[in-house]
Design a protein around this ligand. Structure first.
Ligand code: ADP
Ligand code: MG
Length: 360
């Protein structure tokens, strides 16, 4: 683990990086600085350019424009096997006819390390990814999906790269095991002190694992920030909607002060807009919506809604409501509202400070 206080040094800089395929821009002028030891996650819908980005970082593909700079030096022309990066894929490229040990030792064998040295490292890496010792001689074909994923991660570490690149490594694994592997990967990141660049299309996974998240949309990196930044202060509607459930209202300023929304006819709204903006959207996360009780505090904005449905989601209850025809979602800790019948009216509200104002 690097303790020299270099946690804020950048290891990788992307400068106007673009990738076009016959005129189609899969990645559009991306500028990004990744810090040493960072767990950086790229999220975005399918086809937004995530894999294309990662392949360029790995040296499996070249940018059509721009520079990829590693530790201050352009590595554009450096082949994949000469880069200090290693990629772990969703669908593993393990050698099926080899044992767990042979798979993990492969990179060390390529480097010409002695069998004793290889075996020692393989056992250390197996312990690190929590594979039982006696799996060393087991065929990878006889391992479960989760075990194979651990083998792949151990093998990636055997390359001893500075940067590990992960392309949706857990998306083919069932939910329960995925949670375990997420925790383990996070712990591996912490222990190893290496830089992780991780792709997922799961918002939850990104929020749980990352120091920072970059959101991609149609080849553009639309926002980069901490999980909290991205979730609570999305830059635009796309980010807000991609990063989980949200209530969105179009809004415009009223000449005499206050705001109105076409979605909420007859309601005068109180918001905290950006400087002098007269039109835009306001977003309120379902967990920031409050139920207004007769003798309780009065939030800045109040609307009377009809309850349409209720879903119990473990520790949370999710409510779908409508204000006239506009859907509203509300999320409360489980059991907060004991008696709510479908079709009944519920007075909801939110404080101006709990909403985000965006112009696009
Ligand atoms: P993601 O990983 O976010 O799902 P990709 O990076 O795989 O997205 O792809 C981004 C876009 O680039 C897609 O529209 C895809 O069809 C296109 N693309 C990717 N690779 C190629 C290629 N080799 N040739 C042509 N188009 C490609
Ligand atoms: Mg992909």
């Amino acid at each position: 683990m690097d303790t020299r206080g270099s946690g804020y040094k950048s290891i990788l800089d992307l400068v106007n990086v673009e990738r076009s395929f016959e005129g189609f821009q899969a990645v559009k002028s991306v500028n990004l600085r990744i810090k040493q030891n960072e767990f950086f996650t790229i999220v975005g819908p399918s086809g937004s350019g995530k894999t294309t980005m990662l392949k360029m970082l790995a040296g499996m593909d070249q940018p059509t424009r721009g520079d990829i700079v590693l530790n201050g030096q352009s590595i554009n022309s450096l082949a994949a096997d000469q880069r200090p990066t290693c990629m772990v894929f969703q669908f593993l490229a393990l050698f099926p006819h080899m044992t767990v040990g042979q798979n993990i030792e492969f990179p060390m064998k390529m480097r010409g390390e002695s069998p004793e040295q290889r075996q020692e490292t393989a056992h250390r890496l197996m312990a690190m990814v929590r594979l039982p010792e006696d799996y060393y001689g087991k065929s990878v074909m006889k391992c479960s999906g989760g075990e194979r994923q651990r083998v792949a991660i151990a093998r990636a570490f055997a390359y001893d790269p500075e940067i590990l690149l992960f392309d949706e490594p857990l998306s083919a694994i069932d939910a329960k095991l995925r949670k375990t592997l997420q925790k383990e990967l996070k712990e591996l990141h912490r222990q190893s002190g290496k830089t992780f660049i991780y792709i997922t299309h799961s918002l939850e996974e990104a929020m749980f694992m990352s120091d920072r998240i970059g959101v991609m949309c149609r080849g553009e990196l639309v926002q980069v920030g901490t999980p909290e930044d991205i979730y609570m202060r999305p830059r635009n509607r796309f980010v807000a909607e991609f990063m989980g459930d949200t209530n969105i209202f179009d809004v415009r300023a009223l000449p005499g002060g206050g705001w109105e929304s076409k979605a909420l006819p007859g309601v005068s709204l109180t918001l905290v807009p950006k400087d002098k903006e007269l039109e835009g959207f306001v977003m309120v996360r379902p967990e920031r919506m409050q139920v207004v009780l007769p003798d309780g505090p009065m939030p800045d904005n109040v609307i009377d809604c009809q309850v349409q449905d209720k879903f119990e989601m473990g520790a949370r209850d999710q409510y779908e409501l409508v204000f006239q025809h506009h859907p509203i979602s509300l999320e409360l800790p489980h059991g907060s509202l004991s008696e709510v019948t479908i079709g009944s009216t519920l007075r909801l509200g939110w404080n101006a400070a709990d909403a985000v104002f965006v112009t696009e």
